[in-house]
Design a protein around this ligand. Structure first.
Ligand code: CUA
Length: 340
C-alpha cells in the first residue's frame, strides 16, 4: 500500500519539516521509523533489481549461442551458489520481518497516559467524540501528546488513514479498533478513508488539527459551549453537518440519496404504505430515532440508520429547529398564529 498515491493536500500544512520528494510530511513519532523501514526495503529491492537485470543482460550478450552451434551441457549442482542465494535473502527477509513486526507492535500499543478520542466511521463521514462529550467532524489533538483512537463503524468497513502520521487502521463493523499516534508538529493534516465504502468514499475526508497545548485547552473550553451563542436552528444546522445527515439529505436539506427536507415542515408527507402525516416535531423525532417506522414513498431502497443513543435530546431539538427553519412559511404561520 506504500505505493498508493497520496492526493494533494488542500489545506496548507504549516510545519517545520518539509515534505520529501515522495513521502508526505513526517509529523508523528513513528513516522521516522516507518520511513526508515520503507527505504530499507526499497534499497534492498533496488540493489537486487540492478544485480539481476545487469547479470541477465551481460549473460544474454556473453553467452549468446552463435548460429550453427549446439549449446554446451548445462552446469551441474553448485552447493556454494545454492547456499548463498538461499541464506542471504533469508537473512534480509528476517530483518524486514523483525523491524516491521517491532514497528507494528509499537503502533498497536498505546502509552498508558494517552488521551482517548472515540471515533465513529459511517458512510461517508468521520465523527470524533472528545472526553467532555463534544462531537466534531474533525480531529483535534494537542501536540507531543499520545492520542488513542477507539474506532467503530456504523455500517461497512472503512479505514482511518493519516498519511502524515503514517498510521492506518481498518474500522470494521461489530468491533472496536484502536489506533494511537503522537503528533510532533502543530498544523493541519488530512484524514482519508482508505477502504472503498461506497459512492462517496473519496469524499470521506476530515482534518486533524494539531494544537499547541494551550491552544488545545482553549479549543476544548470553547467546544464544550459551542451552542451557547447560537440560535437553535443554526445549532441544528451544525448537528446536521457533523452527524452526517447532510451526506444523505444534502447540506441544505435539498435531498441526495435521502428525501429532501426543504419546505417539509408543516406539510403533508406521503409514505410507501399510502398513509400520510403532517411533518411536525413528533414525526421528525420518530424519524430520527426509528427511521423505519414510516418510510417516505420512493425511498424504500435507501434505509436510514437509527440515531437512537447517538444524539442527545438537545441535539434532536436543534435538528427539529433546523428542519423547521428550512420551511420559512411554516415558521411564519406559527408566528402569526392567533394567540388564544
Ligand atoms: Cu469510508 Cu471509504
Amino acid at each position: 500500500m506504500l505505493s498508493q498515491a497520496v492526493p494533494e493536500v488542500e489545506t496548507p500544512v504549516e510545519t517545520g519539516v518539509a515534505q520529501s520528494f515522495w513521502l508526505p510530511t513526517p509529523a508523528s513519532t513513528i513516522a521516522g521509523e516507518v520511513d526508515w523501514l520503507f527505504y530499507f526495503i526499497l534499497g534492498i529491492a533496488i540493489v537486487f533489481f540492478v544485480i539481476i537485470v545487469v547479470t541477465m543482460v551481460v549473460f544474454v550478450l556473453k553467452y549468446r549461442r552463435p548460429p550453427g552451434t549446439q549449446p554446451p551441457p548445462s552446469p551441474d549442482h553448485n552447493m556454494a551458489l545454492e547456499l548463498t542465494w538461499s541464506v542471504i535473502p533469508t537473512i534480509l527477509v528476517l530483518a524486514m520481518f523483525y523491524f516491521g513486526f517491532r514497528g507494528y507492535i509499537n503502533m498497536l500499543t498505546a502509552p498508558a497516559n494517552a488521551l482517548e478520542v472515540q471515533v465513529t466511521a459511517q458512510r461517508w463521514k468521520w465523527l470524533f467524540q472528545y472526553p467532555n462529550g463534544y462531537v466534531d467532524g474533525n480531529l483535534h489533538v494537542p501536540v507531543d501528546t499520545p492520542v488513542q483512537l477507539v474506532m467503530r463503524s456504523e455500517d461497512v468497513i472503512h479505514s482511518f488513514y493519516v498519511p502524515d502520521f503514517r498510521v492506518k487502521a481498518d474500522v470494521v463493523p461489530g468491533r472496536y479498533r484502536k489506533l494511537w499516534f503522537e503528533a510532533t508538529q502543530v498544523g493541519t493534516y488530512d484524514i482519508f478513508c482508505a477502504e472503498y465504502c461506497g459512492t462517496e468514499h473519496s469524499a470521506m475526508r476530515a482534518l486533524v488539527e494539531v494544537h499547541s497545548p494551550e491552544g488545545y485547552q482553549e479549543w476544548m473550553d470553547e467546544a464544550a459551549n459551542w451552542f451557547k451563542n447560537l440560535p437553535p436552528a443554526e445549532a441544528g444546522a451544525r448537528v446536521f453537518q457533523v452527524q452526517g445527515c447532510a451526506s444523505c439529505h444534502g447540506a441544505d436539506g435539498s435531498g441526495l440519496q435521502g428525501p429532501p427536507l426543504q419546505q417539509k415542515f408543516g406539510r403533508e408527507e406521503q409514505f410507501n404504505d399510502g398513509s400520510r402525516v403532517i411533518v411536525d416535531e413528533n414525526y421528525i423525532r420518530e424519524s430520527i430515532l426509528e427511521p423505519n417506522a414510516k418510510i417516505v414513498a420512493g425511498y424504500e431502497q435507501v434505509p436510514m440508520p437509527t440515531y437512537k443513543g447517538r444524539l442527545s435530546d438537545q441535539d434532536i431539538s436543534f435538528l427539529i429547529a433546523f428542519i423547521k427553519s428550512l420551511n420559512p412559511e411554516a415558521t411564519e404561520k406559527q408566528d402569526e398564529a392567533p394567540k388564544k
